[in-house]
Design a protein. Structure first.
Length: 264
């Protein structure tokens, strides 16, 4: 019996025929493609598939080949973070290397009996409600408008847009602690706190956005005329805003790679 994979969100349907609508993303039936079905009873991966499949235990990327890659092309996790999976996507063995990031399963179970920490409970809530992607969309949607408003204010001397940009920056500054907290929790819980380049770059970009937003807001508080025609600092102010937007864009691009890159 064949399985069917949604070409939009990756959902796997195991009923033998594709559904009329994907239960996850509502994609129509025509967006499903046939994938290999479950292996026969008592069969092995070697007897049912000519190529072995490996899943990154950090981001979910699936690699086909006799061996897992040296590093994940999506999140840069090391080779030992890949696990072999069967046609149903179920894990066949443990991680291919001797070192597995995270606490031992038995130790986790024992700890859970003693009670879960507030961080774990908060982390579960953040992941369940997808709070990081929700919160990050607020500042990311506002920052381009801020830079456009500031550019118009600088070149066309429209004070109302400069004021609008300032108020929007205040909102972004208030949202950033929530964005950073939920991002840190998701990094620790979903991605095991792995310190690969993609995550280091995301963290650095987030800190740049935080620093730039503070500079722009408090500079405007100290010097309300920083964008005035006679101000020698107006282009510097605008440049900081442009750098802030670029850093947010890079962080957003890497976040999208983590979410969608595993779909191959």
């Amino acid at each position: 019996m064949s399985n069917w994979e949604c070409g939009v969100c990756g959902y796997i349907d195991k009923e033998g025929t594709p559904p009329d609508l994907c239960p996850v993303c509502d994609a129509p039936k025509k967006m499903f493609k046939e994938v290999a079905g479950p292996r026969p009873e008592g069969g092995s991966a070697a007897t049912t598939a000519s190529v072995r499949r490996w899943r990154c235990s950090v981001c979910g990327y699936i690699h086909s080949g006799n061996e897992p890659p040296e590093s994940c092309p999506v999140c840069a996790a090391a080779k030992n973070q890949f696990v072999e999976i069967d046609a149903d996507g179920q894990k066949i063995g443990e991680a291919s290397g001797a070192v597995i990031v995270g606490a031992d399963v038995a130790a986790n179970a024992k700890t859970a009996k003693a009670g879960r920490s507030l961080f774990n409970k908060l982390g579960d809530l953040v992941l369940k409600l997808h709070l990081h992607p929700i919160t990050v969309h607020f500042p990311n949607g506002i920052l381009p408008a801020v830079v456009v408003f500031l550019a118009i204010a600088v070149f066309f001397h429209i004070g109302s847009l400069e004021l609008a940009a300032y108020y929007n920056l205040i909102f972004v500054l208030l949202m950033l602690p929530v964005v950073l907290l939920t991002g840190f929790i998701e990094w620790q819980k979903r991605y095991k706190g792995i310190k690969s380049m993609i995550f280091i770059t995301k963290i650095l970009c987030s800190l740049v956005v935080l620093a730039a937003t503070n500079i722009l807001v408090f500079w405007r508080v100290i010097d309300p005329g920083v964008l005035a025609l006679e101000s020698p600092y107006r282009y510097i102010y605008l440049g900081i805003a442009a750098g802030m937007l670029a850093a947010a864009g890079i962080a957003g691009h890497l976040g999208g790679k983590l979410v969608f890159g595993s779909r191959g």
